[in-house]
Design a protein around this ligand. Structure first.
Ligand code: AMP
Length: 222
């Protein structure tokens, strides 16, 4: 199964991706996480992309393809959840091609949506564990002890790009570059829209309903 999550920054893709991969035993491809890892390793790719991430601009497609294609090859036997990739139409077409070479297709493309005021609040309140990557939010998903990861007991951090100016830029880039994916995936008949309001279990319930329906249909047609 190949599932894709897209939506504006702050909509909760990362949180849902974490929950879905556990629930359906999938591997997760988060292009943002792959890029942040390169930056933290100060690798040649990391050095090239650091400024793009800091400013909230999209990283050039060829760098993304390099990371994604090697991930796809390493994980060709696994069910994959794509989180934050593709981010534009060229990336979407490239993903189709790369999957086709492996004899695979995307099963469902979920667009998560939320109004802008809630997005900005979620991004402003977002924290993450630098050790395990778990995502917290002081209002919607607080840790048991303020500022500390429930699992690793280390101090939570704030992403450098979760600041007001960069948040604005990322939202604009989303509207201009990523939202056109809606029509693209509608035309492929795999588009589903998910209301991201509410707590993480409610949102997970909405996505799971669609995934379970898809799995049932697949079983029936086999
Ligand atoms: P995310 O963790 O998905 O919010 O991504 C954080 C940042 O990484 C974005 O603001 C971009 O700078 C970069 N990024 C992540 N995924 C992509 C992608 N598929 N294409 C281009 N840039 C990306």
């Amino acid at each position: 199964m190949r599932i894709l999550l897209f939506g504006p920054p702050g909509v909760g893709k990362g949180t849902q991706a974490q929950l879905l991969t556990e629930k359906y035993d999938m591997v997760r491809l988060s292009s943002g996480d792959l890029l942040r890892e390169e930056v933290s390793l100060s690798s040649p790719i990391g050095k090239k992309v650091e400024q793009f991430l800091r400013k909230g601009h999209l990283v050039p497609d060829d760098i993304i393809y390099e990371l994604v294609d090697s991930f796809l090859l390493e994980n060709k036997e696994s069910d994959i959840l794509f989180d934050g990739f593709p981010r534009n139409l060229n990336q979407a077409r490239s993903l189709e091609k790369s999957l086709a070479q492996l004899g695979q297709t995307i099963d469902i493309a979920f667009e998560m949506y939320l109004d802008e005021e809630d997005l900005i609040k979620r991004l402003t309140d977002r924290r993450y564990c630098p050790k395990c990557g778990r995502i917290y939010n002081s209002t919607t998903n607080p840790p048991k002890t303020e500022g500390i990861c429930d699992v690793d007991r280390v101090k939570l951090s704030r992403r450098e790009d979760d600041n007001p100016d960069v948040i604005k830029r990322r939202l604009t880039i989303y509207k201009d570059e990523t939202r056109p994916l809606v029509n693209y995936y509608k035309s492929l008949n795999i588009y589903r829209r998910i209301d991201a309001k509410g707590n993480q279990e409610e949102v997970l319930g909405r996505i799971s309903e669609a995934v379970n329906g898809h799995i049932d249909n697949k079983c029936r047609s086999n």
